[in-house]
Design a protein around this ligand. Structure first.
Ligand code: UGA
Length: 442
């Protein structure tokens, strides 16, 4: 099928590449000329495992191309995906200006064509309930006829950064929101190769599809904040959150995913989407109380390790050197948006500490935020030289089994604050560490 992917951010690039991998012809459109040049030269602007392999194959075989020319994309495509940013506005609701402006430009281009080909306009961005209707209005205002010349579809994505290619190629489910049978059939044809193992394509109305996306992210975020509160209570009563997790996860109604306590959720999705759904409630005279608490617990949890380090030094960290392992918001990405590590670093700097950071992928992205305010280490061990404490913010695999004797020798004091529970507290005590983790006895 002929596809245009409007927006080459993380979602657009992964989706465009994976559609091309299934034999579709995909033109990706972006207004950022530098980015398009970079992509044309075979360079990916993001780090995402496996993406490079599929990107190289599909660009070299000509199924995946890039342009800044929206008209080229629209002329090429029967399926036009909008994968544009929806940043939180000042009041927490999603800012739809990118989506609606692009829809307006696409509508004008289609309205000026000689033929009257039928198009699907597909929202892939995470957008508030009712956005498909707003996009439809924009198209109609340009004189286009819904059902004849176009239909609008909501098709939310459920990709996790770090495993996005796998998630796209083998989704648990595909959600298609449309009230048009023709649109549903085209979308089903597009996605059938991705669900050959029998996972469902769920076809619902537009508003339900939009709500599914927010409900999915919000329930996952709720699980994390819930487990973080259980962890905090475990510390007070002498229980161990890891054992509690194992015990509850065997109940198939609960399951084993997204029950890891830590230093809170970050990334470009959970904080933004939970806030936006809360805001949708407010706009509809509904106070979604759980979501408010989910966010408050998360804010508190992201501050936790900085508070612990400051307490450890009796409130005075001036001149103390803190090594941070892990800067990305989670492993296998260089994405630092809403990363707990950055909140911890900011609090430590404000309190007068010196910070040295190490991350396998996210040093450059962190440098863009903190510049020279912190130091950056070339490898995980040299970050420790002369540091007073080590703080672990992201559970990269390389941090799970380090040479602990070397870690101990390099640190000025053998003190570790572990925000991701990567070590066994008993072994750490045996090795002479002062070790503090989340929700487990020291
Ligand atoms: C999330 C969802 O998992 C995807 O399904 C969704 O498509 C995506 O948002 C989106 O809306 O685009 P992502 O933000 O990439 O994906 O990352 P997750 O793996 O979900 O992790 C989010 C945060 O939760 C991370 O900071 C992670 O450290 C934290 N987390 C996750 C925990 O603290 N505990 C857990 O048990 C799991």
């Amino acid at each position: 099928m002929n596809i245009a992917m409007i927006g080459t951010g993380y979602v657009g690039l992964v989706s465009g590449t994976c559609f091309a991998e299934m034999g579709n012809r995909v033109v990706c459109v972006d207004i950022d000329e530098n980015k398009v040049d970079q992509l044309k030269n075979g360079q990916l602007p993001i780090y995402e495992p496996d993406l490079e392999h599929y990107f190289s194959r599909n660009t070299s075989e000509g199924r995946l191309t890039f342009t800044t020319d929206l008209a080229e994309g629209v002329a090429h495509a029967e399926l036009i995906f909008l994968a544009l940013p929806t940043p939180p506005g000042e009041d927490g609701s999603a800012d739809l200006s990118y989506v609606l402006n692009a829809a307006g430009e696409i509508a004008d281009l289609i309205a000026n064509e000689d033929d009257d080909r039928y198009r699907l306009i597909i929202n892939k961005s995470t957008v508030p309930v009712g956005t498909a209707d707003r996009v439809q209005n924009v198209m109609e205002e340009a004189g286009l006829q819904a059902g004849e010349q176009f239909d609008v579809v909501s098709n939310p994505e459920f990709l996790r950064e770090g495993v996005a290619v796998d998630d796209f190629l083998k989704p648990d489910r595909v959600v298609i929101g449309t009230s048009s049978e023709k649109a549903a059939n085209m979308m089903t044809r597009l996605y059938e190769p991705f669900v050959r193992q029998g996972n469902p394509i769920v076809v619902v109305d537009e508003r339900s599809a939009e709500m599914i996306k927010y409900a999915a992210n919000s329930i996952l975020a709720t699980r994390i904040s819930f487990m973080n509160e259980i962890a905090n209570l475990c510390e007070k009563v002498g229980a161990n959150v890891d054992k509690v997790r194992l015990g509850i996860s065997k109940d198939h109604r609960i399951g084993r995913h997204f029950l890891y306590a830590g230093i809170g959720f970050g990334g470009s999705c959970f904080p933004k989407d939970v806030q936006a759904l809360h805001r949708t409630g407010r706009q509809n005279d509904y106070n979604f109380k759980i979501l408010d608490s989910v966010l408050k617990v998360n804010d508190q949890q992201r501050e936790l390790l900085a508070e612990r380090v400051i307490d450890y030094f009796d409130g005075d960290v001036s001149g103390k050197k803190v090594a941070i392992w892990g800067l990305s918001f989670k492993p296998n990405t260089d994405d630092i948006r809403e990363a707990p590590s950055h909140i911890i670093i900011r609090a430590l700097l404000d309190a007068g500490a010196e910070v040295v950071g190490y991350d396998p992928e996210a040093i450059e992205t962190t440098r863009r935020v903190f510049g020279d305010a912190i130091d950056y280490a070339d490898d995980m061990y040299s970050a420790l030289d002369g540091a007073d404490v080590l703080v672990i913010c992201t559970e990269w695999n390389a941090f799970r089994r380090p040479d602990l004797a070397d870690v101990r020798d390099r640190l000025a004091e053998p003190v570790i604050f572990d925000g991701r529970n990567v070590f066994d507290p008993k072994r750490m005590a045996e090795m002479g560490f002062i070790y503090s983790s989340i929700g487990r006895p020291s």
